[in-house]
Write a protein that binds this ligand. Structure first.
Ligand SMILES: C[S@@+](CC[C@H](N)C(=O)[O-])C[C@H]1O[C@@H](n2cnc3c(N)ncnc32)[C@H](O)[C@@H]1O
Length: 472
């Protein structure tokens, strides 16, 4: 409040001054408020949108179409943040750094509705301005109104034409803006694909779309056909254990087979790389398997079920105790032992027949499943991670018997995390790299090998990488 206009204090015993009636209370739409609160939690607390929003919806009893709208707005605005900010910056008379962060969250939500939904422009503007007015008063509501009206003068394509770099001189920068990715990530995709054109555009577009939920039918418990029939999903195209559900299907955790442990939520790519490890022909024993980075247990659940059916055993190593607990829960009843240890020196007896290293990575291959991740990751993350990846893979090779096999997996197509790590470890050990492609039967477009890079736009999976190493 302005100091100079402060009301003088009232003399003792006098009647309190009549209060001005409050301005008309603003009806704030609960779906949009939930979306906005999610954006705030992501920005203020580094929260994960897909953990925050379901909690808010349950707490506020937002269901049905409203829940669908809140989800579309929250996840969509998180994904598109860089593009939305560029448009806000164009429409604002002050630099973004001077816009109050809470107001910026609301503007992102408004611009998202204008550019990327079919919500009529007047409703997108009015609902956002209402929220700003209810929280911050008329002055900022006026600012929001002015920015959003300007943003609504062009559609998404026209904004891209105006603000994205020229495709002739900066094709990667152009596609990065068009598909709302940071340029360094678009660059990493371009390097892995060997394309700065249509293939890159298709990869970024697929990465920007809301993905289908994939389930794994637990081997020995239920078949993929049975699981598809129960859940109303479709059997997956490549994994014999996979089922795809619609992107908009409700919370898969509520499905009975998932609650009963017959099925788990797992990207089909994650199933395929686990299966590739099991499909390599081995001479000699095949009873001791190891998962060196097991939490939260997606791959350990599948490998554990398969090795149990074969009469063998899986050791599952995880450094973080709470994630090791998740692995224990997923693998209950299977021949699996969970160890809380550092995979670089887990203190286990060497001589494993098959070893999986699903190393911590940038996660650039699963950005479509984590709405805010692309704006949170930094290029500097890559260096620290590749060092850890190399150390874990070296440890895995050391723990594997001669003639045994190691699968090195990351959910990233970044060449430093994929081929860079593998070629370095091959150089330092006597291991040889196998052609992984025959171990992905029926999967098309696997490139020149020997490693396999899966892609959302080609395979409908996360962009997982898999290299298979035979130990000398
Ligand atoms: C990519 S995730 C593994 C995902 C898991 N395989 C699945 O399918 O659910 C990598 C895991 O490695 C764990 N981790 C990180 N550093 C580790 C280390 N030095 N040794 C063992 N595990 C580690 C992380 O806590 C994380 O749970």
């Amino acid at each position: 409040m302005n100091e100079r206009r402060r009301t003088p204090s009232r003399p003792p015993g006098s009647r309190p001054p009549r209060r001005k009636p409050n301005p008309r209370p603003v009806d704030v739409d609960p779906a949009r408020q939930a979306a906005l609160d999610t954006l705030r939690a992501v920005r203020e607390r580094d929260a994960y949108a897909n953990l925050v929003l379901p909690g808010l919806l349950a707490q506020r009893r937002i269901t049905g179409r409203d829940a669908g709208l809140a989800t579309e707005l929250a996840y969509g605005a998180c994904r598109a943040q860089g593009l939305l900010d560029a448009v806000v910056a164009e429409c604002s008379n002050r630099p973004l750094s001077e816009v109050d962060p809470k107001l910026l969250d609301a503007l992102r939500l408004g611009v998202y509705q204008l550019l990327r939904t079919r919500i009529p422009a007047h409703a997108a503007v009015a609902s956002t301005v209402d929220i700003v007015r209810s929280e911050a008063g008329s002055k900022l509501a006026g600012f929001a109104n002015a920015v959003l009206r300007r943003a609504g003068e062009l559609d998404e394509q026209q904004w891209i034409d105006r603000i994205a770099p020229d495709p002739a001189t900066d094709p990667v920068g152009h596609l990065a803006m068009r598909h709302a990715h940071p340029k360094w990530i678009a660059r990493a995709f371009a390097d892995a694909l060997g394309s700065e054109g249509d293939d890159l555009a298709a990869a970024l577009a697929a990465d920007d779309a809301r993905p289908a939920v994939h389930l794994t039918a637990r081997p020995g418990e239920i078949t993929a056909d049975e699981l598809a029939a129960i859940t109303g999903g479709d059997p997956a195209p490549y994994s014999p254990y996979g089922v795809h559900l619609d992107a908009g299907a409700g919370d898969p955790g509520d499905l009975e087979p998932v609650q009963e442990g017959f099925a788990s939520v797992q990207d089909e790519g994650s199933q395929l790389v686990s299966l590739a490890l099991t499909r390599v022909e081995l001479d000699g024993p095949d009873q001791r398997w190891l998962d060196l980075c097991a939490g939260p247990g997606g791959k350990a659940g599948l490998l554990g079920a398969l090795v149990t059916l074969d009469g063998g055993r899986l050791d599952a190593v995880e450094q973080a105790p709470h994630r090791a607990d998740l692995v224990r829960r997923v693998t209950e009843g299977l021949s699996v032992s969970v160890h809380v240890a550092d995979g670089r020196d887990p203190g286990l007896e060497p001589g494993y027949d098959r070893v999986l290293v699903d190393a911590p990575c940038t996660g650039l291959g699963a950005l479509r499943r984590r709405p805010e991740a692309r704006w949170r990751r930094r290029p500097s993350d890559v260096g620290d991670l590749t060092k850890l990846q190399r150390e874990l893979l070296l440890s895995a090779v050391g723990l594997t018997r001669p003639g045994g096999v190691v699968a090195y997996v990351v959910c990233s197509p970044h060449l430093a995390e994929t081929e860079g790590v593998v070629s370095d470890v091959l150089r330092r050990t006597g291991a040889t790299q196998l052609d992984a492609r025959p171990h992905f039967p029926g999967v098309p477009d696997l490139g020149d090998g020997p490693g396999v890079q899966l892609w959302p736009h080609r395979h409908g999976t996360d962009a997982m990488f898999c290299a298979l190493l035979k130990v000398a």
